[in-house]
Design a protein around this ligand. Structure first.
Ligand code: DC
Length: 220
């Protein structure tokens, strides 16, 4: 059986999840959001008073962290030790924590294994930071999505407000810059455009246009 794989990478707020979800819907395949997996580890740390920069403790806790990805009514849900945490991991604090714990090689090794397992037995549109370069280097199509920091901050802000969460635009912009820097400069599997990825700048593009463009590229 041949499975389809589409890798969508890029910095926070470039529109990865919306576009990946739309493409997965149109093609009738699974959308896999890998950021949620890093967020689940960060959430565990917050719950257990483990500082994100306490490398030893974060790594030691990996044995206790049982992460499961389930598809319920076609939607990805994250389970941490059998508890559904999907809706609790969307805050900016958890997102920043995900970027911080994603620096550790041991964290990445654990999650990459989970991601590769899913891609081995399902057709997927997977989004993240290292999908085309590291997780599925032989993906059928690789997309690298970008947008200006300002535009990305505005999108994140609108997303948080729509979810009824508190947000401050300037703070989000600062945090996005910090997060970009950390994600792009970490030693192990940093965020970088794969050589064979198609780069799309979404600053002035409509989400539907980008979705159609990705589907077009895939069909070609
Ligand atoms: O896509 P997101 O905002 O949910 O991701 C949160 C953080 O998780 C991101 O800033 C870095 C980390 N991450 C990663 O290191 N590798 C991935 N494949 C996905 C996310």
């Amino acid at each position: 059986m041949n499975y389809i794989s589409i890798a969508i990478d890029g910095p926070a707020g470039a529109g990865k999840s919306t576009i990946a979800k739309n493409v997965a819907n149109v093609l009738g395949i699974n959308y896999v959001d890998t950021g949620s997996m890093y967020r689940t580890i960060a959430y565990y740390c917050l719950q257990n008073n483990i500082a994100f920069d306490d490398q030893e403790k974060v790594i030691a806790s990996l044995n206790q962290i049982n992460i499961q990805v389930k598809y319920i009514k076609g939607e990805q849900r994250m389970f941490l030790c059998d508890e559904d945490v999907t809706d609790r991991i969307r805050s900016q604090e958890v997102g920043n924590g995900a970027s911080a714990v994603g620096v550790y090689k041991e964290v990445r090794t654990k999650l990459v294994a989970l991601q590769q397992d899913i891609a081995k037995s399902n057709s997927v549109v997977m989004d993240g930071r290292d999908i085309g370069t590291f997780v599925i280097p032989k993906a059928d199509l690789k997309i690298y999505l970008t947008a200006s920091v300002k535009k990305r901050a505005e999108r994140r802000y609108a997303e948080l407000i729509a979810k009824g969460l508190q947000a401050n635009l300037q703070q989000i912009e600062r945090e996005i810059e910090e997060r970009d820097y950390r994600d792009m400069n970490r030693e192990y599997a940093p965020l970088v455009k794969a050589e064979d990825a198609v780069e799309l700048d979404t600053t002035f593009l409509d989400i539907d246009d980008v979705t159609n463009k990705v589907i077009d590229l895939y069909r070609r």
